[in-house]
Design a protein around this ligand. Structure first.
Ligand SMILES: C[S@@+](CC[C@H](N)C(=O)[O-])C[C@H]1O[C@@H](n2cnc3c(N)ncnc32)[C@H](O)[C@@H]1O
Length: 257
Protein backbone atom coordinates (compact mmCIF):
# COMPACT_ATOMS: atom_id res chain seq x y z
CA UNK A 1 0.00 0.00 0.00
CA UNK A 2 1.56 3.31 -0.95
CA UNK A 3 -1.07 5.86 0.04
CA UNK A 4 -0.73 7.30 3.55
CA UNK A 5 -3.58 5.54 5.25
CA UNK A 6 -4.26 3.88 8.56
CA UNK A 7 -5.51 0.32 8.37
CA UNK A 8 -8.64 -0.34 10.42
CA UNK A 9 -8.96 -3.29 12.74
CA UNK A 10 -11.69 -4.73 10.51
CA UNK A 11 -9.23 -5.41 7.69
CA UNK A 12 -6.63 -6.74 10.15
CA UNK A 13 -9.22 -9.10 11.64
CA UNK A 14 -10.14 -10.62 8.27
CA UNK A 15 -7.06 -12.84 8.08
CA UNK A 16 -4.93 -15.04 10.30
CA UNK A 17 -1.32 -16.22 10.22
CA UNK A 18 -2.54 -19.48 8.63
CA UNK A 19 -3.57 -17.48 5.55
CA UNK A 20 0.08 -16.60 4.89
CA UNK A 21 0.37 -20.09 3.36
CA UNK A 22 -1.11 -18.51 0.22
CA UNK A 23 2.24 -16.81 -0.49
CA UNK A 24 4.50 -18.36 -3.10
CA UNK A 25 8.12 -18.86 -1.93
CA UNK A 26 9.13 -15.67 -3.80
CA UNK A 27 6.34 -13.72 -2.08
CA UNK A 28 7.09 -15.18 1.36
CA UNK A 29 10.78 -14.27 1.01
CA UNK A 30 9.79 -10.62 0.52
CA UNK A 31 6.65 -10.16 2.64
CA UNK A 32 7.27 -12.62 5.50
CA UNK A 33 11.01 -13.44 5.44
CA UNK A 34 11.15 -14.68 9.05
CA UNK A 35 8.08 -16.86 8.56
CA UNK A 36 6.44 -15.58 11.73
CA UNK A 37 4.36 -12.63 10.47
CA UNK A 38 0.92 -11.83 11.82
CA UNK A 39 -1.64 -10.08 9.58
CA UNK A 40 -3.66 -9.18 12.68
CA UNK A 41 -0.94 -6.76 13.75
CA UNK A 42 0.94 -6.05 10.50
CA UNK A 43 -1.15 -3.98 8.08
CA UNK A 44 1.18 -4.62 5.12
CA UNK A 45 0.57 -8.36 5.46
CA UNK A 46 -3.20 -7.87 5.69
CA UNK A 47 -3.12 -5.88 2.44
CA UNK A 48 -1.03 -8.55 0.69
CA UNK A 49 -3.55 -11.19 1.81
CA UNK A 50 -6.43 -9.05 0.59
CA UNK A 51 -4.86 -9.00 -2.89
CA UNK A 52 -4.60 -12.81 -2.92
CA UNK A 53 -7.66 -13.96 -0.99
CA UNK A 54 -10.26 -11.30 -1.87
CA UNK A 55 -9.00 -9.65 -5.07
CA UNK A 56 -12.50 -8.60 -6.17
CA UNK A 57 -12.96 -6.74 -2.89
CA UNK A 58 -9.69 -4.88 -3.50
CA UNK A 59 -10.81 -4.10 -7.04
CA UNK A 60 -14.05 -2.57 -5.78
CA UNK A 61 -12.04 -0.29 -3.45
CA UNK A 62 -9.53 0.71 -6.14
CA UNK A 63 -12.32 1.52 -8.62
CA UNK A 64 -13.87 3.88 -6.06
CA UNK A 65 -10.59 5.59 -5.10
CA UNK A 66 -10.14 7.17 -8.52
CA UNK A 67 -7.04 9.09 -9.48
CA UNK A 68 -7.19 12.85 -10.03
CA UNK A 69 -7.51 13.43 -13.78
CA UNK A 70 -4.53 15.81 -13.61
CA UNK A 71 -2.20 13.00 -12.58
CA UNK A 72 -2.85 10.92 -15.69
CA UNK A 73 -2.92 14.02 -17.89
CA UNK A 74 0.54 14.98 -16.60
CA UNK A 75 2.13 11.75 -17.88
CA UNK A 76 3.86 11.90 -21.27
CA UNK A 77 1.62 10.86 -24.17
CA UNK A 78 2.30 9.33 -27.56
CA UNK A 79 5.23 7.28 -26.27
CA UNK A 80 6.24 3.90 -27.57
CA UNK A 81 6.55 1.72 -24.44
CA UNK A 82 5.27 2.07 -20.88
CA UNK A 83 6.10 -0.25 -17.99
CA UNK A 84 3.90 -0.24 -14.91
CA UNK A 85 5.01 -2.00 -11.72
CA UNK A 86 2.53 -3.23 -9.10
CA UNK A 87 -0.31 -2.78 -11.58
CA UNK A 88 -2.91 -4.52 -9.42
CA UNK A 89 -6.29 -4.73 -11.13
CA UNK A 90 -5.46 -1.88 -13.49
CA UNK A 91 -6.68 1.36 -11.91
CA UNK A 92 -3.88 3.15 -13.81
CA UNK A 93 -3.10 0.53 -16.46
CA UNK A 94 -6.27 1.06 -18.43
CA UNK A 95 -5.52 4.81 -18.59
CA UNK A 96 -1.95 4.23 -19.77
CA UNK A 97 -3.26 2.75 -23.01
CA UNK A 98 -4.20 6.31 -24.01
CA UNK A 99 -0.60 7.42 -23.61
CA UNK A 100 1.58 4.68 -25.09
CA UNK A 101 1.43 2.18 -27.94
CA UNK A 102 2.46 -0.74 -25.74
CA UNK A 103 2.02 -1.22 -21.98
CA UNK A 104 3.68 -3.93 -19.90
CA UNK A 105 1.90 -4.32 -16.56
CA UNK A 106 4.04 -6.11 -13.95
CA UNK A 107 2.14 -7.53 -10.98
CA UNK A 108 3.22 -10.22 -8.50
CA UNK A 109 -0.21 -11.29 -7.17
CA UNK A 110 -1.78 -13.87 -9.49
CA UNK A 111 -5.41 -13.15 -8.47
CA UNK A 112 -4.95 -9.45 -9.29
CA UNK A 113 -3.28 -10.30 -12.60
CA UNK A 114 -6.28 -12.45 -13.53
CA UNK A 115 -8.69 -9.55 -12.97
CA UNK A 116 -6.47 -7.22 -14.98
CA UNK A 117 -6.17 -9.76 -17.80
CA UNK A 118 -9.96 -10.03 -17.84
CA UNK A 119 -10.30 -6.24 -18.15
CA UNK A 120 -7.68 -6.09 -20.91
CA UNK A 121 -9.47 -8.85 -22.85
CA UNK A 122 -12.88 -7.21 -22.36
CA UNK A 123 -11.45 -3.99 -23.83
CA UNK A 124 -9.92 -5.92 -26.77
CA UNK A 125 -6.45 -4.66 -25.84
CA UNK A 126 -4.49 -7.93 -25.66
CA UNK A 127 -2.24 -6.83 -28.52
CA UNK A 128 -1.22 -3.64 -26.69
CA UNK A 129 -1.22 -4.56 -22.99
CA UNK A 130 0.90 -7.41 -21.66
CA UNK A 131 0.25 -8.48 -18.07
CA UNK A 132 3.21 -10.23 -16.50
CA UNK A 133 4.58 -11.50 -13.19
CA UNK A 134 7.40 -9.66 -11.43
CA UNK A 135 8.61 -7.71 -8.41
CA UNK A 136 10.09 -4.23 -8.05
CA UNK A 137 13.51 -5.60 -7.15
CA UNK A 138 13.64 -7.96 -10.17
CA UNK A 139 11.78 -6.54 -13.14
CA UNK A 140 11.45 -8.92 -16.12
CA UNK A 141 12.40 -6.20 -18.60
CA UNK A 142 15.64 -5.20 -20.39
CA UNK A 143 17.69 -2.06 -19.72
CA UNK A 144 16.20 1.09 -21.24
CA UNK A 145 13.03 -0.78 -22.28
CA UNK A 146 10.42 1.92 -21.59
CA UNK A 147 9.85 5.61 -22.21
CA UNK A 148 7.81 5.76 -19.02
CA UNK A 149 8.14 3.53 -15.95
CA UNK A 150 5.41 4.07 -13.42
CA UNK A 151 4.00 2.71 -10.17
CA UNK A 152 0.67 3.74 -8.64
CA UNK A 153 -0.01 3.27 -4.93
CA UNK A 154 2.51 0.45 -4.89
CA UNK A 155 6.07 1.77 -4.30
CA UNK A 156 7.43 2.52 -0.82
CA UNK A 157 11.01 2.90 0.50
CA UNK A 158 10.65 -0.49 2.24
CA UNK A 159 12.56 -3.27 0.44
CA UNK A 160 9.47 -5.51 0.17
CA UNK A 161 7.59 -2.78 -1.70
CA UNK A 162 10.44 -1.37 -3.77
CA UNK A 163 13.07 0.38 -1.66
CA UNK A 164 16.49 1.28 -3.03
CA UNK A 165 16.69 -1.85 -5.18
CA UNK A 166 13.20 -1.32 -6.61
CA UNK A 167 13.85 2.29 -7.53
CA UNK A 168 17.15 1.31 -9.16
CA UNK A 169 15.28 -1.36 -11.17
CA UNK A 170 12.62 1.10 -12.33
CA UNK A 171 15.38 3.48 -13.45
CA UNK A 172 17.28 0.63 -15.14
CA UNK A 173 14.33 -0.26 -17.38
CA UNK A 174 13.67 3.40 -18.27
CA UNK A 175 15.51 4.76 -21.32
CA UNK A 176 17.66 7.93 -21.06
CA UNK A 177 15.31 10.86 -21.66
CA UNK A 178 12.37 8.87 -20.30
CA UNK A 179 10.43 9.39 -17.06
CA UNK A 180 10.03 7.36 -13.89
CA UNK A 181 6.85 8.31 -12.03
CA UNK A 182 5.67 7.27 -8.58
CA UNK A 183 1.96 8.05 -8.36
CA UNK A 184 0.29 8.67 -4.98
CA UNK A 185 3.68 8.58 -3.22
CA UNK A 186 3.78 8.13 0.53
CA UNK A 187 7.39 9.19 1.20
CA UNK A 188 7.88 12.37 -0.78
CA UNK A 189 11.03 13.44 1.10
CA UNK A 190 12.71 10.08 0.47
CA UNK A 191 11.93 10.37 -3.24
CA UNK A 192 13.10 14.02 -3.32
CA UNK A 193 16.44 12.86 -1.90
CA UNK A 194 16.62 10.47 -4.89
CA UNK A 195 16.09 13.30 -7.38
CA UNK A 196 12.30 13.12 -7.76
CA UNK A 197 10.23 16.26 -8.29
CA UNK A 198 6.84 16.47 -6.58
CA UNK A 199 3.70 17.44 -8.52
CA UNK A 200 0.25 17.78 -6.95
CA UNK A 201 -3.19 18.77 -8.26
CA UNK A 202 -5.82 20.66 -6.29
CA UNK A 203 -9.57 20.65 -5.88
CA UNK A 204 -12.00 18.62 -3.80
CA UNK A 205 -11.88 14.86 -4.25
CA UNK A 206 -14.25 12.11 -3.17
CA UNK A 207 -14.15 8.35 -3.10
CA UNK A 208 -16.80 7.49 -5.68
CA UNK A 209 -18.56 4.22 -4.95
CA UNK A 210 -21.05 2.72 -7.39
CA UNK A 211 -23.87 3.04 -4.85
CA UNK A 212 -24.62 4.21 -1.32
CA UNK A 213 -24.90 0.54 -0.28
CA UNK A 214 -21.40 -0.14 -1.57
CA UNK A 215 -20.09 2.97 0.21
CA UNK A 216 -21.40 1.65 3.54
CA UNK A 217 -20.15 -1.90 2.97
CA UNK A 218 -16.63 -0.86 1.97
CA UNK A 219 -16.39 1.93 4.57
CA UNK A 220 -17.04 -0.65 7.30
CA UNK A 221 -14.03 -2.63 6.10
CA UNK A 222 -11.59 0.04 4.91
CA UNK A 223 -12.55 3.24 6.77
CA UNK A 224 -14.26 1.96 9.93
CA UNK A 225 -13.72 5.24 11.82
CA UNK A 226 -15.80 7.03 9.16
CA UNK A 227 -18.45 4.32 8.64
CA UNK A 228 -21.12 5.93 10.88
CA UNK A 229 -20.72 9.25 9.08
CA UNK A 230 -20.85 7.55 5.65
CA UNK A 231 -24.11 5.90 6.72
CA UNK A 232 -25.52 9.17 8.05
CA UNK A 233 -24.74 11.12 4.88
CA UNK A 234 -26.64 8.65 2.67
CA UNK A 235 -24.50 9.37 -0.40
CA UNK A 236 -22.39 7.17 -2.72
CA UNK A 237 -19.62 9.82 -2.80
CA UNK A 238 -17.45 10.20 0.29
CA UNK A 239 -14.96 13.10 0.59
CA UNK A 240 -11.38 11.89 1.08
CA UNK A 241 -10.95 14.12 4.13
CA UNK A 242 -13.79 12.23 5.80
CA UNK A 243 -12.09 8.85 5.37
CA UNK A 244 -8.78 10.25 6.58
CA UNK A 245 -6.50 9.38 3.69
CA UNK A 246 -4.61 11.73 1.41
CA UNK A 247 -6.36 11.82 -2.00
CA UNK A 248 -4.68 10.29 -5.07
CA UNK A 249 -3.81 13.71 -6.48
CA UNK A 250 -0.01 13.64 -6.65
CA UNK A 251 3.08 12.09 -8.16
CA UNK A 252 6.86 12.20 -7.86
CA UNK A 253 8.74 12.16 -11.16
CA UNK A 254 12.30 11.98 -12.44
CA UNK A 255 13.52 12.65 -15.95
CA UNK A 256 16.36 10.23 -16.60
CA UNK A 257 19.43 11.65 -18.30
C1 LIG B 1 -2.39 -0.77 -3.31
S1 LIG B 1 -2.07 -1.91 -4.59
C2 LIG B 1 -2.07 -0.83 -6.00
C3 LIG B 1 -2.42 -1.55 -7.25
C4 LIG B 1 -2.63 -0.67 -8.46
N1 LIG B 1 -1.40 -0.04 -8.89
C5 LIG B 1 -3.68 0.37 -8.17
O1 LIG B 1 -3.37 1.56 -8.25
O2 LIG B 1 -4.80 -0.02 -7.83
C6 LIG B 1 -0.34 -2.30 -4.37
C7 LIG B 1 0.15 -3.21 -5.45
O3 LIG B 1 1.55 -3.39 -5.34
C8 LIG B 1 1.84 -4.74 -5.58
N2 LIG B 1 3.12 -5.07 -4.94
C9 LIG B 1 3.37 -5.29 -3.63
N3 LIG B 1 4.66 -5.60 -3.45
C10 LIG B 1 5.25 -5.56 -4.66
C11 LIG B 1 6.57 -5.79 -5.12
N4 LIG B 1 7.56 -6.10 -4.28
N5 LIG B 1 6.81 -5.67 -6.43
C12 LIG B 1 5.83 -5.32 -7.30
N6 LIG B 1 4.55 -5.10 -6.92
C13 LIG B 1 4.27 -5.22 -5.62
C14 LIG B 1 0.66 -5.48 -4.98
O4 LIG B 1 0.57 -6.81 -5.43
C15 LIG B 1 -0.47 -4.59 -5.41
O5 LIG B 1 -0.93 -4.90 -6.69
Amino acid sequence: MAASRGTGQELLNRYTAADLAVFTPDEASRFDPEGCGDPRTEPALAWELLYRLEPELYDRLARAERLHAGVVAWLPRGVSRIAEVGAGTGRLTMELVERGRRVVAVEPALPLRRILERKVAAAGLEDRVQVTHGFFDRLPLPDGFADLVVACSAFTPLPEHGGEAGLAEMERVCRPGGHVAIIWPNHVDWLAAHGYRYVSFGGPMSVEFDSYREAVELAEIFYPAAADEVRRRGCRKVPFELVGINPPRDLAVKLLT
